[in-house]
Design a protein. Structure first.
Length: 387
């Protein structure tokens, strides 16, 4: 349940926030800036939070961060000031990111090293993206911004509820966890050094390279995807339905990951499915009617659903039992770079060449990056085979 609410919050917000900013008359560059703001604090402090989770327990951090994220949601429609929206987006982004790190850590401690269980965890996580976006879209169409942001607040609080019902033994015996002090809240350079060492592990590095490209493609859907669909006169409910189609196919395809591992090496499954997710979201402006948009949304969901559980299982194995939260935080930090930079870059491209062209240009750059990752992977395999 923690994965269901935390992983899907971005998808639910992607229906509401761009529409709200468009209604305020914000430019494409400004929309990209506001959406990217959610990644600033996770980029700076995810590793610190992950280290604290490993040392002191996951549940209490998840509860506190989820409640903080839920509390700021009603403040969005209460303000029409863009700088305020940026600050609120930073707070909300940090809370939900820590919730997702905690959910991954709980999974790693209870069900690690199993691609089959990774698929089931990914299925549960994607069910949130199936249910949440249509609810937010319906609330927008029926009740306007206040109703839509109210749904977002309830969705964020679901992370706290899930954490409360998470078994206490996920954090180990209470007596073995140190008592938190004020000094623990301050970031420690040693934690960042340990994270850098962890990121240099071959398996971890491979996952980071692939997921940066994959998440960059996801940030297109989380930012200008609904803006484009709104421009071609799709309703917020239809936009939410397209995201639900993608999530439904992704949830079902995540259950097949145990089978796909028998057909192809996991790293190559990651590469090909990540390339597919880039391709299908980049093709969005090619179509202007709901049916073909639903098809490519489903194909993208297929690629995302297969790749996510593989990343989680490889990440848990590479991190080690005592560093599961830090491993998830390292991946989150790398992903925040891609998630923050992509909407900003895409917004500037859209301002100069048009919104449709920004999909094609951004997709071409990401596809080229995936080709470099594939080439590097083949070189590493060739060296290993020659030994």
């Amino acid at each position: 349940m923690a994965g269901l609410f935390s992983n899907s919050t971005v998808d639910v917000a992607s229906v509401v926030l761009p529409l709200w900013l468009t209604g305020l008359g914000a430019s494409t560059a400004t929309i990209g800036l506001v959406i990217s703001a959610r990644h600033v604090l996770p980029f700076l402090f995810s590793i610190h939070a992950g280290a604290l989770m490993d040392r002191m327990g996951v549940r209490r951090f998840m509860i506190a961060m989820a409640l903080m994220s839920a509390a700021v949601m009603p403040l969005f429609p209460a303000s029409s000031w863009i700088p305020a929206a940026i600050v609120l987006q930073m707070i909300n982004g940090y809370g939900t990111s820590i919730g997702w790190i905690g959910a991954q850590s709980c999974f790693g401690r209870m069900l690690a090293h199993s691609a089959t269980y990774s698929g089931r965890f990914s299925f549960a996580a994607r069910m949130g993206s199936l249910l949440g976006p249509p609810a937010a879209g319906f609330a927008w169409d029926s009740f306007g911004p206040w109703g839509a942001f109210g749904v977002l607040g309830l969705w964020s609080s679901g992370i706290a509820v899930a954490a409360i019902f998470t078994p206490h033994d996920v954090d180990g015996p209470q007596r073995e966890r140190p008592r938190m002090t004020l000094g623990d809240l301050m970031p420690k350079w040693a934690d960042y050094q340990d994270a850098w060492v962890l990121a240099r592990e071959p398996a971890m590095r491979a996952v980071l390279l692939v997921t940066v490209m994959r998440i960059a493609a996801s940030s297109i859907q989380d930012s200008f995807y609904p803006v484009w669909l709104h421009m071609i006169d799709l309703s917020a409910t239809q936009i939410g339905l397209l995201i639900t189609i993608s999530s439904t196919v992704g949830a079902l395809s995540s259950l097949t990951v145990g089978f796909t591992e028998k057909l192809m090496a996991p790293m190559w499954v990651l590469i090909w499915t990540s390339f597919g997710s880039i391709l299908f979201v980049s093709l969005t402006p090619t179509f202007t009617s709901f049916a073909p948009l639903a098809v490519i949304a489903g194909l993208r969901g297929l690629c995302m659903g297969v790749s996510q559980p593989l990343m989680l299982s490889v990440l848990a194995e590479a991190s080690g039992e005592g560093s599961l939260s830090r491993g998830a935080a390292v991946r989150t930090t790398a992903n925040r770079v891609a998630s923050a930079s992509t909407p900003i870059a895409m917004g500037w491209i859209a301002g100069g060449f048009g919104l449709a062209s920004s999909f094609y240009i951004t997709g071409a750059v990401l596809a080229a990056g995936m080709c470099l990752v594939a080439l590097r992977t083949r070189q590493v395999e060739a060296r290993a085979a020659a030994r």
